[in-house]
Design a protein around this ligand. Structure first.
Ligand code: SF4
Ligand code: SF4
Length: 261
């Protein structure tokens, strides 16, 4: 029998569905969404990685939490593209015009494990006998960046299915146990079939939009101090009323609905 985990194309997935009964397919996924592995984890992911953020992530966090850009955003030098990973855009600034930077969440030092790093929003719980590395949770869970929502999944090449990535044992070369990642393998039953794909689609869309913003900014790189205002200007223009020009173009799918109403 073919495993859903091994299906990486949309056509393969459809073939699977038509070759099995719906009841049989549902029986393979009897559980609801679950991220229980994270609940008892020390969050090695949030300790290991610099988290790239999009403009949409920045606007949402500032709006939801009442923070300023400077409270949680930093720019990381990324000359080798290791942080961007062909996902996040590179920005250039006038103080170091040759250096590509990625917008990331600020990191800080762990209180539980001094000398190690973590995301500034990671909230740590004390070490216990049951959890020798402690447990930890995201302090901005409902507003967390799209990259955090997506981990450890990614879209298949045609952007229709969620693929569970192979998570390495460690997030950093360091042998420090706090950088160990997920304690076990992820299974498809651990993810919500709707939200997982939707989160991935939104993450991809917003990062593509941010890449276009980077193209504009990088034509005439300004100082980093001007970047928050630039972002606010761009995102505040993201919604506008329909104009006569829009109507004349008549290329909107809802135009028939308007005429019918
Ligand atoms: S924002 Fe939350 S989920 Fe993302 S790295 Fe920070 S603590 Fe982890
Ligand atoms: S390392 Fe894995 S199990 Fe632990 S919090 Fe991150 S995603 Fe969850």
């Amino acid at each position: 029998m073919v495993s859903i985990i091994s299906i990486t194309t949309f056509e393969g997935w459809l073939d699977f569905l038509v070759s099995t009964s719906l009841a049989e397919a549902l029986a393979k996924n009897p559980k609801g969404p679950s991220m229980s592995m994270c609940d008892s984890c020390h969050a090695g992911c949030c300790r290991s990685y610099a988290v790239p953020i999009s403009g949409a992530d920045i606007i949402r966090i500032t709006s939801d939490l009442g923070l300023s850009f400077w409270d949680f955003v930093c720019r990381w030098e990324d000359p080798d593209g290791e942080i961007a990973q062909k996902y996040a855009p590179h920005f250039h600034f006038e103080d170091e015009p040759e250096m590509p930077f990625v917008m990331c969440l600020i990191r800080g030092e762990s209180q539980t494990w001094p000398g190690t790093g973590k995301c500034m929003f990671l909230e740590e719980s004390p070490v216990t006998k049951e959890h020798p590395l402690g447990t930890a949770s995201c302090g901005i869970y409902s507003s967390r960046p799209a990259a955090c929502r997506a981990f450890p999944t990614k879209l298949n090449p045609s952007s229709e299915l969620a693929i569970i990535s192979d998570v390495p044992d460690r997030g950093r070369p360091s042998t420090d146990p706090v950088y160990e990642l997920c304690p076990g393998p992820w299974e498809k039953e651990d993810f919500d079939a709707i939200h997982t794909v939707q989160d991935l689609i939104v993450a991809e869309y917003e990062m593509q939009f941010f890449n276009r913003i980077a193209t504009v900014w990088n034509r005439r790189p300004g100082p980093f101090s001007a970047f928050p205002e630039f972002l606010n200007t761009v995102y505040s223009q993201r919604i506008r009323k329909e104009t006569a020009e829009d109507l004349a173009r008549n290329d909107r799918p809802d135009s028939d609905l308007k005429h019918a109403a």
